[in-house]
Write a protein that binds this ligand. Structure first.
Ligand code: SF4
Length: 247
């Protein structure tokens, strides 16, 4: 939350927080990097692009306080991952079950477009976050940016083509692509509520190890993903002292 590694994004997130939108004039914006949130035992991890300038950059909680969040949490609620269908502000009682929601880039970018260098600079945070989620089985990538970021992070080469509903398997994980619930997609009907609900039903099925009939699977286990898999396996394995205590 204290990171200032990207000067352009730091300037933007703080400027938006200072100037504020008229509707939120009386609020104190978060104006800092936004961390992931949810259930530490999550089997489903949702990765978005970056905080919304007047959404998470205002509230401090990922996908909270804007239309994208309304769409996301409604679908997650319907699939049993969220305790309520909306996310207005931090402290509104929203709890995630078996799910963790995070971002490829943690600071709000101008025009919702981080540069490749900014993405690369922020990637270690996602890497460390995934390593701390040892139960993760499915990564839902919201939009092409998140898909490319996660595929590259997993070392998938050639990178599987982004398409709504596309999947790839790597290092014990299933990556599942969805159109981003941005207003550009939801207003135009590119993404409907039914389509997003289907993504989360499918994520639940995949996390439970049930086959997803429409899946297009790209097999592969590149070195980085194998290392991630080994790290996650180690963190699942009880230490000998913990094991001894249980005996
Ligand atoms: S985008 Fe990521 S790396 Fe860049 S300043 Fe924000 S938290 Fe730091």
């Amino acid at each position: 939350m204290a990171c200032r590694a990207c000067p352009r994004l730091v300037r933007w997130r703080e400027r938006v927080a200072r100037d504020r939108r008229a509707a939120y004039r009386d609020e104190t914006y978060w104006g800092r990097p936004v961390t992931g949130f949810g259930d530490p035992r999550a089997r489903v991890v949702v990765v978005g692009l970056a905080p919304g300038a007047h959404g998470a950059n205002r509230t401090g909680r990922v996908f909270t306080g804007d239309r994208s969040g309304d769409w996301l949490y409604r679908a997650m609620h319907a699939a049993g991952f969220a305790s309520q269908p909306e996310s207005r502000r931090r402290g509104d009682g929203l709890r995630l079950r078996d799910a963790w929601v995070t971002l490829a880039v943690r600071c709000a970018p101008p025009a919702n477009t981080p540069t490749p260098a900014e993405r690369a600079r922020c990637m270690p945070y996602l890497r460390r976050e995934l390593a701390l989620l040892p139960q993760a089985r499915v990564i839902v990538c919201l939009g092409g940016f998140a898909w490319r970021a996660v595929c590259d992070e997993m070392g998938l080469s050639p990178r599987p083509r982004f398409a709504h509903g596309a999947t790839a398997r790597v290092g014990g994980l299933v990556l599942l692509a969805s159109y981003h619930p941005s207003q550009q997609n939801t207003f135009t009907g590119t993404l409907t509520r039914a389509m997003l609900a289907t993504v989360f039903r499918r994520a639940a099925r995949l996390a439970a190890g049930r086959p997803a009939p429409a899946a297009r699977l790209a097999a592969g286990r590149p070195a980085r993903a194998a290392r991630l898999s080994a790290r996650r396996a180690r963190s699942r394995r009880p230490s000998s002292s913990a094991e001894a205590r249980r005996r």
